[in-house]
Structure formats: C-alpha cells, structure tokens
Design a protein around this ligand. Structure first.
Ligand code: PEP
Ligand code: CA
Length: 415
C-alpha cells in the first residue's frame, strides 16, 4: 500500500493577488498538487477560509498538527485522508485548520489516489454510470461585488450558454466569440468600463440595461452566425440584502425592494428575457421565496448557491421546501471533496441539477473541471476569459478530445 511520504504546503496567490495555499502530496514516487480558490461574495454558511482570517496561521497549524498525521496515511484512500483532516480540525466549519488548507489537501489526495490507480479522477469518483461533459455556463457581463464600482449593475453575473452546439469545444468557441463581440460593441459605443474579478465585461448601467443590451447582442450574433444563446443571471442577492431594513438595495437603479418587490423584479426579468437560469435571487436564509419563484417558473432553473453552500443540511432544507431545481457545487464551501460528493449524491437522488463552479479568486488549478464530470453536473461555471478561467475550459476540451466523452444533452437540462 503506497503511503503519504511527504506533504508540502506553500503560501501563494490567487489571480486577484490574495493569499492562498498550494499543497503537494507525495506517495509511491509520484506527487499531486492542488491550489485553494477564494471567493469574494462568500455565503454565511460556508466553512472558514483561514483561522483568524490569516493564511500564515492556517499553514502554521497545518504544519504542526496535520502533516504529522498525514504522513504514513493510505494514499489510495482519499476519504481516509479527508477523515484525518476533519479529526485534526475538530470543528464543524473548518475553523481550526481553515478551508484554504483542507480543500487543497483533499483535492490533492483525490488526484493522487487516481494517479496511483492509473484512472482519471472522474472515473474514480464518478457519481453516475455514464460520463458526460457539462455545458459551459459563462459570465460575460458583470457587476455586484465582483466589480465594487458605482453605477454598475447590482446583479453580479449575466450568464450565457449556447442553445445548440455539437461539442464542448464548439460551446467554448462560440461563447468566446460572443464575449469578443460584446467587448467590441461596448468599445464601439465608448461604454467599455473594464472587467470584473472573473473577467466579465463591465459597463455603467443598471441590471435592466445590461439585460437589454445582452439580449440585443445575442440576437445580432444569431443573425450573423446562426448560433443562439440562452441567458441566465447570478443575482448573488445576499450581497445586496440589508438585513436591518429587510430590503434589497439595487444601488444601480436606486430601487430599494422588500421581499415582494424582489419577487416582482425577478419575475419581470425571467419573463422579459426568457431567463433559463437564476442563481441566488434572494438572500441565503429565504428558502420560502426561492420556493415561490421556482413554483411559478417551472421551466427556469432556480439555483441555490449561498442558499445551499454545498452543505447537506442546507440542501435537505431546500428539498423539504422544494426551493430550487439546481444547486451550485463549490468544494471549498464545505472544505472537503468527500463531503462535496455526499452533497452531489443527495442532489441527484432528488433530481436536482448540479452546477460545478469556480470561485471569483482563482489560480490555474483545473481540478474542478474533472470534478464537474465526476459530479455529472449539467453546467460548469468557470468564466470565459482570463488564464485562470480558460485553463479550466481547456482541460474539459482536452478530455473531450482525448477521451471522446459527449456533451450533456441540453434537452435534459432545460425545457
Ligand atoms: C459566485 O457567487 O457564484 C462566485 C463564484 O463568487 P465568489 O467566488 O466571489 O463567491
Ligand atoms: Ca453565486
């Protein structure tokens, strides 16, 4: 049995310049590496990124308490390694060791076990019987906390996915072309204002103006290239929720909406723009409004992100209330791959679609690409522009080319 012979932990940076962690695990003469990502519009129910908010402290604790326990562990059993991490942490939210350590160790452990077994990671931990590539769901126009500018849309992400493409490669190619076309249109009209943390395009506008412009550009793109796109949004509503006044503050339009106002606003944009995907339209404790919206719009995937936080207990509550038909899967929200697998299994047992997602702060680590296949996700949300985004899409293009996996059928995803 190959055992862990060395663990290297190094403090490095995300593309945004924030501190994060790179972990390398060695066993049987081979090694695997993983980097921890870092969110900005983080949910209340995510595990703790670093103790006292300090990556140095997380590394110090890992070196003192975790590494000695990992040395000698069975390298073919990553769930066992996750158990060791959990035991050493000893809290229910990674508060002692920090998810910057736990998720990088866990991803490296799963990659190492797959390497030793000479299998791709998605075959080793596949949730479904048949392996498929997810559809890329791409953030092309941005706003909200990922921009932190005045006069930009209050909605965080304006997302697209192509309606009818034969392959993952074609999906990325067309989405990139659309992105470049949006960029050129903004520049031509002198309204290009920069990019968000995820490389999405920025211009000074309200959410409604951004949706109008995007739908016009999609129509123009269709008449030129014959490729259609569906639209979606990630409202990231916890970021605009004022818990004291119990209102959503749309700083772009000056609107301050109570619960009913927010339901009306989201209903209007779903209907006007035929939105097929709406993530976090309400703040993370409002399971009931999610349910109300999902039951009114059965053909739109209402998706929980901060709502469910890749956490089985939160998902159980969402299932009980039928709050949503889709959930985001972000392994670092829960801190371990084995716990992420539990979450994904429960979602699929109950017919909930999964969307495997990057974080806004990223490195070129591609592990989530492989995981999106293992998790049988309908979508992979990895952005579309920038090295730390395209690396993940390129990995899926490579798997498609070399392993001949098929793209998920869009009809199985949306109606
Ligand atoms: C998101 O909200 O879906 C997201 C990726 O942002 P962050 O990583 O900043 O939470
Ligand atoms: Ca989100």
């Amino acid at each position: 049995m190959p055992v862990i012979t060395d663990v290297k932990i190094v403090k490095v940076f995300t593309h945004r310049g924030d501190e994060t962690v790179k972990v390398t695990l060695c066993a049987g003469g081979v090694s695997e590496t993983a980097f921890s990502p870092l969110g900005k519009s983080k949910g209340e129910y995510e595990v703790v990124y670093a103790p006292k908010g300090n990556v140095d402290e997380a590394i110090k604790r890992a070196k003192k308490h975790l590494i000695p326990k990992l040395l000698g562990a069975d390298a073919e059993d990553p769930c066992e390694i996750d158990k060791i991490v959990k035991e050493v942490d000893g809290t229910d939210n990674m508060a002692f060791i920090g998810s910057c350590i736990s998720i990088a160790v866990s991803m490296a452990a799963f990659k190492l076990a797959a390497r030793i077994k000479a299998k791709p990671i998605y075959e080793m931990i596949a949730v479904p019987n048949s392996l498929k590539l997810p559809l890329p769901l791409s953030n092309v126009i941005g706003g909200g906390r990922h921009a932190e500018q005045r006069m930009i849309p209050a909605i965080q992400e304006f997302l697209v996915f192509p309606a009818n493409v034969p392959s993952f490669y074609e999906a990325v190619k067309e989405t990139l072309n659309l992105y470049k076309f949006i960029c050129a249109t903004l520049r031509k009209n002198n309204i290009f204002y920069g990019k968000t943390d995820e490389g999405a395009l920025l211009f000074k506008s309200t959410s409604m103006q951004a949706l109008n412009l995007l739908s016009t550009i999609i129509e123009n793109y269709y008449s030129m290239h014959g490729i259609d796109f569906y639209m979606g949004v990630d409202v990231a509503a916890s970021s605009i929720w004022d818990p004291r006044r119990k209102v959503y503050v749309h700083a772009d339009s000056g609107k301050v909406l109570d619960r009913n106002g927010q339901i009306n606003f989201i209903s209007t944009i779903i209907e006007n723009f035929n939105l097929k995907y709406v993530e976090d339209p309400f703040h993370e404790d409002d399971f009931e409004s999610f349910k109300e919206l999902q039951s009114s719009y059965k053909n739109t995937l209402i998706c929980g992100d901060d709502l469910t936080a890749t956490n089985v207990r939160r998902l159980e509550r969402a299932l009980e209330l039928e709050s949503c038909k889709a959930v985001i899967v972000k392994p670092n929200q829960v801190g371990l791959i084995s716990d992420t697998i539990r979450f994904v299994k429960l979602a699929h047992e109950r017919n909930i679609k999964t969307v495997t997602s990057h974080r806004s702060g990223e490195t070129c680590d591609e592990t989530i690409s492989d995981l999106s296949i293992a998790f049988a996700s309908s979508f992979v949300k990895a952005g579309i522009y920038g090295g730390e985004r395209i690396s993940k899409l390129n990995r899926l293009i490579e798997i498609e080319a070399l392993e001949k996996l098929k793209l998920v059928n869009i009809r199985e995803v949306i109606r």
